[in-house]
Ligand binder design. Structure first.
Ligand code: NAP
Length: 284
């Protein structure tokens, strides 16, 4: 029996409706949640991402500001803008779109964002809260993956989860979130000799590599939950993930499509983080 599709578009719509409700409640109290998005340079993919984020804010009742700067912007000028937004009470979340031009140090930029406004969850402080199991803002993509897994109704406690990829923005926080949910977690990466030996034991596989056909049907256990984070193009130029979708869906129990799986959830969780930050600001 083919796998059940985990529909990220439908789950996103549900979660965005909740976000919009919370945003409306805050707005009624005079504290509309606000997200500032900064784009430095002309990267076309980044321009699409930031436009989608700003549009999602508008569609769900959040205030949003898009600041676009030339690729020649200095690091000092960017840090100055971030400090101004840190002090702006109408802004509850600050997101600087990556990648930045090579003369700007992304770590310096991420660390300049006030902890309470770090809605991307990329700062050392936010990462530390995740490691320590404390409340904090979680990186949107792995946070969205957790919601997709939860939507299957399969409890993670006692399950074996394998994450392929160990980036600071996806793989590592994903592994920590799964661990927090009481899964037994294995992390594979480019230095792992036989990834299939691990994934064949897994009840849940999350693939975040950025390479087509990283997970094939012979690498999974029948009935497993498969979450595909990758974004690639096939020979025909069509969007695809890291999973051999057609073959894997014949073996898996649940699977996310690309597009329509993790992608929409990432923006949804960014909105949720911004509303969380706005609610927290109310209680300060
Ligand atoms: P990244 O920073 O390039 O990290 C890729 C990870 O994959 C690294 O840890 C790398 O291992 C590992 N890797 C590379 N080749 C491998 C191989 N042959 N076998 C096993 N592991 C391998 O990428 P990322 O930012 O985590 O993103 C991963 C993918 O997810 C990309 O396609 C990206 O576009 C996509 N993405 C999607 C969303 C979304 O919203 N849908 C959000 C973020 C990212 P090493 O550490 O050993 O080098």
């Amino acid at each position: 029996m083919p796998a059940q599709l985990i529909d990220g578009v439908a789950l996103s719509a549900q979660l965005r409706a909740q976000v919009a409700q919370r945003a409306a409640a805050l707005t009624a109290k005079g504290q509309q949640p606000g997200l500032a998005v900064i784009l430095v340079g002309e990267d076309p993919a980044s321009a699409v991402y930031v436009r989608n984020k700003v549009k999602a804010c508008q569609d769900n009742g959040l205030h949003s500001v898009l600041e676009r700067y030339d690729a020649t912007m200095t690091q000092a000028a960017l840090l100055q803008r971030i400090h101004a937004l840190n002090a702006d009470p109408a802004i509850h979340g600050i997101l600087v779109q990556m990648p930045l031009p090579p003369h700007i140090d992304p770590h310096a930029v991420i660390e300049a964002i006030a902890t309470a406004k770090d809605v991307d969850g990329f700062s050392v402080h936010s990462a530390g809260t995740l490691v320590a199991g404390l409340p904090g803002l979680r990186p949107a993509t792995p946070y969205g993956c957790m919601k997709l897994i939860e939507s299957t109704g399969v409890p993670l406690k006692g399950k074996h989860a394998v994450v392929i990829g160990r980036s600071n923005t996806v793989g590592k926080p994903m592994a920590l979130l799964l661990l927090q949910a009481n899964a037994t977690v294995t992390v594979c990466h480019s230095g792992t000799p036989d990834i299939g030996a691990h994934t064949r034991q897994a009840d849940v596989v999350v693939v975040a590599v950025g390479r087509r056909q990283t997970l094939t049907a012979d690498m999974i256990k029948p009935g497993a939950i498969v979450i595909d984070v990758g974004i690639n193009r096939n020979e025909a130029g069509k969007l695809c993930g890291d999973v051999d979708f057609a073959a894997v869906q014949e073996v898996a129990g649940w699977i996310t499509p690309v597009p329509g799986g993790v992608g929409p959830m990432t923006i949804t969780m960014l909105l949720a983080n911004t509303v969380d930050a706005a609610e927290a600001a109310q209680h300060d």
